[in-house]
Design a protein around this ligand. Structure first.
Ligand code: GCU
Length: 360
């Protein structure tokens, strides 16, 4: 089966729109981010506030190979304030370390989705926060950060959904990390799994300080193309019914009308160009549409190639499976056996790629 042939049948909206230079691409890239904000996620909130960072006590981590502490990030507006913790594990390396920022489902260190000691032993700092500590993963827009952004909990059609609020928090984490001499500022990646993989890509679309993105099994409204989603994968009618609060209200108008979408998810991926993007799938995780994620990588690679970032993507014109990995391009992809999970095996692949292309 030819992936290219299958992509041809989808009649995807053209992402490059004639762009051939880096300067033109940045203009086009910003247009794409604005369109995705307007139609899909809502913009990253922009509201007057004061932000403080309170650094907690330092603890030895990993037998003294790293430092561990928490930073309390407090956001204050005339309406009130909200605080959430950022966990920090920084290797005692004696030189600036590359870092992951992990938007996670839980706040603990280590975590079943985050082998912190192993990450640190590989030379990476790891900053993480729990998305529910920012604003709860539900339809309540009076809770936490949402309560500060929305005076009465009511959203207009183009206002930010929860993904944009979690992305805002990842940008505030970056503001803190940007002050740390222990971190190699040119090599900071954002990582998330599933709904938080969607969040990771959208954060980096809006924040160029992230030079790597690792989107694990991000699926519908993440790395998977909306057009051509297979039967057993999530479609936008399902996501808009079950999780409408992740997105802006306006996105619902495309339910049953996906041919009217002026973009597809390869446009979201393209916003990372010319930086490094890693998309991953799990073979049994049919709901996230591994084939649709793969097609998006193949299609969006043309953006990197047009900018002279070659190879854009090295995956073949045939669908991968098992433990196939293609890591020689600006876009990397792996499949792994097993189901929906951010596993140690995924982290090992991500770290391998990050080490190889750090500073490139
Ligand atoms: C649900 C949802 C997905 C999401 C996933 C997750 O399955 O339909 O879109 O990615 O939850 O976050 O685990």
């Amino acid at each position: 089966m030819s992936v290219r042939n299958d992509i041809g049948k989808l009649h995807l909206p053209e992402v490059l729109d004639g762009v051939t230079s880096a300067a033109d691409w940045e203009v086009r890239r910003q247009e794409i981010v604005a369109l995705l904000a307007q139609e899909e996620y809502g913009p990253i909130p922009d509201f007057p506030c004061e932000i403080t960072y309170e650094v907690g006590p330092n603890e030895r981590y990993g037998g003294g190979s790293a430092d561990y502490y928490q930073v309390t990030i407090t956001v204050t507006t005339p309406r009130g304030s909200h605080a959430f913790p950022l966990s920090c594990v920084i290797p005692r390396a004696g030189r600036p370390c590359p870092a992951f920022v992990h938007v996670n489902f839980r706040g603990g260190v280590p975590d079943s989705y985050m082998p912190s000691e192993e990450i640190s032993d590989n030379g990476f700092a790891c900053f993480s926060f729990c998305y529910n500590d920012v604003t709860m993963d539900n339809a309540d827009f009076t809770d936490g950060l949402a309560g500060l952004v929305y005076p009465d909990g009511v959203r207009g059609p183009h206002d930010p959904g929860k993904i944009s609020l979690w992305a805002w928090a990842a940008m505030r984490a970056m503001d803190y990390i940007a002050t740390l001499p222990a971190i190699d500022q040119k090599n900071i990646g954002i990582i998330g799994h599933s709904r938080l993989g969607k969040t990771a890509i959208w954060t980096a679309a809006n924040d160029l300080r992230y030079s790597f993105v690792f989107a694990n099994q991000s699926g519908c409204c993440g790395a998977a193309l909306t057009r051509g989603a297979p039967e057993d994968a999530e479609h936008i009618d399902q996501i808009c019914k079950t999780f409408p609060y992740w997105l802006c209200e306006n996105y619902k108008k495309y339910v049953g009308h996906i041919e009217e979408l002026p973009f597809d998810q390869h446009w979201l991926l393209a916003t990372i160009a010319p930086r490094r993007l890693y998309v991953s799938s799990a073979e049994e995780d049919r709901w996230t549409g591994p084939d649709s994620q793969y097609r998006a990588c193949v299609e969006t690679a043309k953006v990197w190639e047009a900018l002279g970032c070659v190879p854009g993507f090295t995956g073949p014109d045939a669908y991968p499976g098992g433990n196939d990995a293609f890591q020689e391009g600006y876009i990397a992809y792996h499949s792994r056996t097993g189901d929906h999970f951010l596993s140690r095996r995924d982290w090992l692949q991500f770290m391998k790629y990050f080490k190889k292309y750090r500073n490139q």
